[in-house]
Design a protein around this ligand. Structure first.
Ligand code: GLC
Length: 752
């Protein structure tokens, strides 16, 4: 092994708006994307940078640089990059000169065979957040990780790697923050000072370029906005996918699926979606139906629709080897599957037995895959669950010589799931025309938020996993994902009734709310837990439905700013050291207004840390001053959830599904507080893409404590709200007060 450290600068020039720097072993390009994003891309000499799958923006910033004797300075209004010439190092500062992140003076960037590595200085107080679906604490200092998308079946809360690769982290030290995105989907490594005697941190990959972006906005929310500007944001999800979802591996027949769906209606438990896991297929052949157990899929879906249920079906990438099976025959004929270098098709085994794997990196293959969804959309399926796309093959070790087009496995793996969900989204959008599909994927790379919702894979039925799941949701939220779920109740194992109830309560405040269990586990549906527990579960699911106007507006915010619906407190209270303590690190803001404190199922009281400001218990309106730890009751029927003083939460009356007619009353709940607050309310038909043509309903709601008023801006957009009455519900003023108004599109101020 020969490690080459980038040497001295041999020359600089400007190429396509980038500062191009030559050394004996490498070429480096510095590009200003905007005032708070600078990219450094180091390649081997005379090599073009790899094409990014994550980044969807080009540079829009101006390159403003000064060539000084020992350094080159690149300046924006917010950042300064100091490029040391001898040896070549890249050191980032705020515009006024505070150090953000600098390379280790000794090593900087190194090239070692195909490997690229970057060594950076570690500040004594530095904390690290993010990196997506990774185990460990909120603060990842002292940890090291590998990105290698893995079918982490029945993982523990310590395993690494899991299913996704999100090589983006946020560093915090000495009152400054920065983000760093390493855009490379080869197998990659991140070390936050784990075994370096606290001397440095490092990251790198087995191949590809040392291509990274440094984000210099000076708060975490703005860093997320910049990162999602660069890599994209989610689309508005179909409204039904925000309701309660019931899944199981598997409901074994159409009768069982229908029976379960009907039981929700009989028991008056709201729900919107039911899933078919792998057993709906004929011998696990993707895009087929089992003729015995699902003899009339269209009839089944029609009956589901009649009771306001949507169907989601699973698809895996592996195509069973079987002559006469359409996707197999076509894939072979057209050369759409992965091969060995000698052209032989690669065979791996998954649920369907011996299978071939489509090359989703090819546009033709993506198009072909997308069209195949007709067999599902024709019968009325509206949700498409992309699983096993790490890709999984029994043995979990697809050989490195397997080729997908021109790319070999080591380069493909971490982005395979992303390209599969890209194909699924593009195909189903095209087929469904103006209707929004719901797409869910297990594996992902940075940017996959543009194509799909995600869930955290095969967890287990334990309190530990419930808390861990919350950390994963929060960490993925820092990495651009908002629409995230965990298997509520735990995939493997059987939860106690208490754990089921508790986890379901937490599910209300999780962006995607899906109950799922593995084959062989006890049945999980809400009525399986005794009447008393069923009543709590029902009440909690009802709460989810009442909150849908708030949740929908929260997702709208994600589409506009990239801010996730579930947020670690580190986003809003970055410099409050309590939020990083192990006992409080799972606490989450759900949208702008709610603070949710996960509590394990065996505890009936909990310590909750309330950050600065005023807070109210959501269930009782009890008032608390912030900046303190409070011990509060947490019986199974009352998860500790708090509302920030001054918050505005739009709610609706109870419905049994999102397709039900509601009573037309939009409740605007406002909690008293000393600080004025502004809230963006958003609504559209929840089904189509007409919002892209202006068919939405958006207004800003303002609470002013001085004027004791709530004002509504005039409505923007051409959609007619499904609510024609406003009910303003005041909490924490002089008692509870309700004010009713006819809703109109004009601006309106209500004094009280
Ligand atoms: C994988 C998925 C799981 C699914 C199962 C069967 O383990 O993660 O959710 O139920 O496969 O398809």
């Amino acid at each position: 092994m020969q490690v080459e450290i980038l040497g001295n600068i041999e020359g600089i020039e400007i190429q396509n708006g980038a500062l191009f720097i030559k050394t004996a072993v490498a070429d480096a390009r510095v590009t200003v994307y905007n005032d708070t994003i600078i990219r450094v891309c180091i390649t081997r000499r005379d090599k073009q940078p790899d094409q990014s799958l994550a980044v969807i923006q080009g540079p829009s910033g101006e390159l403003n640089y000064h060539d000084l004797s020992d350094t080159i300075e690149v300046n924006t209004s917010a950042m300064k990059l100091v490029v040391n010439k001898n040896p070549l190092r890249f050191n980032f500062f705020t515009a006024d000169g505070k150090p953000l992140t600098a390379e280790d003076t000794r090593f900087g960037t190194t090239l070692d065979g195909d490997k690229v590595m970057n060594y950076r200085q570690l500040h004594h107080d530095e904390m690290y957040l993010g990196l997506g679906e990774k185990t460990g604490n909120l603060n990842k200092r002292g940890m090291s990780y590998v990105n290698w998308n893995t079918d982490a079946a029945v993982h523990t809360t310590k395993d690494d790697p899991l299913y996704k690769t999100i090589p983006f982290y946020i560093g915090l030290h000495s009152g400054v923050c920065y983000g760093l995105f390493f855009d490379n989907h080869h197998r990659s490594y991140f070390d936050f000072g784990a075994s370096t005697d606290e001397q440095f941190t490092w990251f790198g990959a087995d191949g590809g370029d040392m291509d990274y972006y440094v984000f210099g906005a000076q708060n975490v929310a703005d860093i997320i906005k910049d990162y999602t500007w660069l890599t994209g944001r989610m689309e508005m999800p179909p409204l039904w996918s925000l309701g309660y979802q019931q899944c199981r591996w598997s409901y074994m027949s159409a009768d069982e699926v229908l029976g379960i769906a009907r039981k929700f209606r009989e028991h008056q438990i709201p729900a919107d979606a039911i899933y078919c896991d792998i057993d709906y297929m004929d011998d696990f052949k993707i895009f087929t139906w089992n003729k015995q157990s699902f003899p009339d899929p269209k009839g089944m879906v029609d009956q589901l629709k009649a009771i306001n249920f949507k169907l989601v079906t699973i698809v895996d990438p592996g195509i069973k080897i079987e002559e006469g099976y359409k996707e197999y025959d076509e894939g072979v004929a057209k050369g759409y599957f992965a091969t060995y270098p000698n052209g032989e098709l690669y065979t791996g085994s998954v649920w369907a037995g011996r299978s071939h794997f489509p090359d989703f990196f090819s546009e033709d293959v993506r198009e072909w895959w997308g069209n195949a969804f007709r067999s599902l959309t024709d019968v009325g399926v509206e949700g498409f669950w992309n699983d096993m796309n790490e890709p999984a093959a029994w043995g979990q070790n697809i050989p490195p010589i397997v080729k997908f087009g021109e790319r070999y496995m080591p380069e493909v793996r971490n982005a395979y799931g992303m390209q599969m969900s890209r194909a699924t989204q593009a195909g189903t959008k095209k087929i469904l025309e103006n209707q929004r599909p719901f797409i869910l994927t297990r594996a992902a790379y940075a940017g996959t938020q543009r194509y799909s919702a995600i869930w955290t894979g095969d967890n287990s039925a334990s309190d530990e996993h419930m808390l861990f799941g919350q950390r994963l949701v929060n960490s993925l939220g820092l990495g651009g994902f908002s629409f995230i779920g965990v298997d509520i109740g735990g995939f493997m194992g059987n939860p106690s009734p208490q754990l089921m109830v508790r986890w379901n309560s937490l599910g209300v405040y999780t962006p995607m709310f899906r109950n799922h269990a593995a084959q062989g586990m006890n049945m999980r549906e809400p009525w399986e837990w005794g009447e008393e527990n069923e009543n709590i579960i029902r009440k909690d699911i009802e709460q989810r439905y009442k909150l849908l106007p708030y949740i929908y507006s929260g997702f709208y915010q994600s589409t506009q700013t990239g801010l996730p619906l579930s947020r670690t407190l580190a986003i809003d209270y970055t410099w409050d050291e309590n939020v990083y303590k192990e006992r409080f690190q799972n606490q989450t803001l759900f949208g702008d207004a709610l603070l949710v404190a996960p509590v394990i199922s065996t505890e009936q009281a909990a310590d909750v840390y309330l950050p600065e400001g005023e807070w109210y218990r959501f269930s009782t309106d009890e008032h608390f001053e912030g900046n303190q730890t409070v011990n509060v009751p947490s019986p199974l029927n009352d998860l500790p959830v708090f509302v920030k003083g001054g918050s505005i939460i739009p709610m609706q009356s109870l419905v049994q599904s999102t397709s039900d007619e509601c009573d037309g009353i939009l409740q605007i709940h406002v909690w008293n507080g000393a600080v004025a607050n502004e809230y963006v309310y958003y609504e559209d038909d929840g089904i189509s893409y007409n919002y892209e043509k202006g068919e939405y309903y958006k207004r800003v709601i303002l609470f002013s404590p001085e004027e004791r008023s709530i004002s509504f801006s005039a409505v923007e957009g051409s959609y007619t709200s499904r609510f024609n009455k406003l009910q303003i519900v005041l909490h924490g003023f002089d008692g509870l007060e309700v004010i009713e108004r006819e809703s109109s599109n004009e601006a309106l101020t209500v004094n009280f």
